[in-house]
Design a protein. Structure first.
Ligand code: OFO
Length: 171
C-alpha cells in the first residue's frame, strides 16, 4: 500500500516518461527525414527505453492497487537545426527527468515509503547512465562542429545501438 501523495507523484511520472518517449520518437523521425539513419536508430531505441520506463511505473502503480489513468501527452517539437541541437535538447531533457526522479525519492522518503524508495533506486542509477551516454555523444558532436565526415562517422556508430529486451516485464 502506498499513500495518496506517493501515488499522485508516481502517476505524474507516467506523463514524463510518455512525453520522453514521444520526444525521442519525434527526433528519430526528424533524423530519418534528414538521411541520418544512425541518429534515427539511436533515438528510436531511446524512445523504446522510455516506454519501458513508463511501463515500470504503470505496473508498479497497479501492483500497489492504485488506479492508472493515462494522461494527455503534449505534441513534441519536430524540427531541429542539427544533430547537435537535438542531442543538446536530449541532455537537457534527461537532466529534467533526473530532477523529477530525485523529487519522487524525496516524496517517498517523506512518507517513510521504503518500497517505493527501493523501486526508484533503479531509476536513480539509470539516469546516471543516460546522462553519461548522452554527454559522451554531445562531446563528440561539439568537437566535430559542422564537419560532414565527422557527422557521418558518428551516425555510423549510433546505428549500432540496439534495444535490449528487458527481462522483468513482458512488453
Ligand atoms: Fe530517459 O529516462 Fe526515462 O524518462
Amino acid at each position: 500500500m502506498i499513500t495518496k501523495k506517493v501515488a499522485d507523484a508516481l502517476r505524474n511520472q507516467l506523463k514524463n516518461e510518455l512525453e520522453s518517449s514521444y520526444l525521442y520518437l519525434s527526433m528519430s523521425a526528424w533524423a530519418a527525414g534528414k538521411g541520418l539513419k544512425g541518429f534515427s536508430n539511436w533515438f528510436y531505441v531511446q524512445a523504446k527505453e522510455e516506454m519501458y520506463h513508463f511501463f515500470k511505473f504503470y505496473h508498479y502503480l497497479l501492483d500497489q492497487g492504485e488506479k492508472v489513468e493515462l494522461p494527455a501527452v503534449a505534441k513534441p517539437k519536430s524540427e531541429f537545426s542539427s544533430p547537435l541541437e537535438a542531442m543538446r535538447e536530449t541532455l537537457q531533457h534527461e537532466q529534467f527527468i533526473t530532477k523529477s526522479i530525485n523529487e519522487l525519492v524525496d516524496v517517498a522518503l517523506s512518507e517513510k515509503d521504503h518500497a517505493t524508495n527501493a523501486f526508484l533506486q533503479w531509476f536513480i542509477s539509470e539516469q546516471v547512465e543516460e546522462e553519461a551516454s548522452v554527454g559522451e555523444i554531445l562531446d563528440q558532436l561539439e568537437l566535430i562542429g559542422e564537419n560532414g565526415n565527422g557527422i557521418f562517422m558518428i551516425d555510423k556508430e549510433l546505428g549500432q545501438r540496439t534495444f535490449v529486451t528487458p527481462t522483468d516485464l513482458a512488453l
